[in-house]
Design a protein around this ligand. Sequence first.
Ligand code: HEM
Length: 126
Amino acid sequence: MSYVAIKHLHVTCAALSGSLFLLRGIWMLRDSPALQQRWVRIAPHLIDTLLLASALIMVYWSAQYPFAQNWLTAKVVALLAYIALGTIALKRGKTRAVRIGAFSGAVLVFAYIVGVALTRQATVVG
Ligand code: HEM
């Protein structure tokens, strides 16, 4: 598989991951039972595994490593924040206010990750 193909896979998984997270967030806000569907509980794990695996392959092939390249370090740290906020928003948040706050934070962090990806600058100012 070529680098470009892996990059396409990565970007596709990023778009799917973000869209599915938004959808699950909307279902959470509406207290919808749709959130508990089997595929909704499984698909994010598959997509996020592919997202991360493709990221690691590109990191290895391009020999640009997190903690050497600032923008990659920023992506890894922001990804951890996105996962933590996402878990609070969809699972662990005890009150509705906490879940909504965490959901908003996760959406902002996701937008930041896309900004870093496109500009290759941790400060997202090109
Ligand atoms: C939610 C998480 C992530 C999202 C939304 C995301 C999004 C993107 C997008 C949109 C691109 C394409 C940029 C372009 O068109 O030039 C990209 C490229 C890339 N991403 Fe990610 N990414 C995520 C996580 C990661 C992580 C954790 C790493 C590293 C450990 C990573 C490493 C890379 C690399 C190496 C490229 C290729 C840059 C290039 O060669 O042009 N990504 N990412």
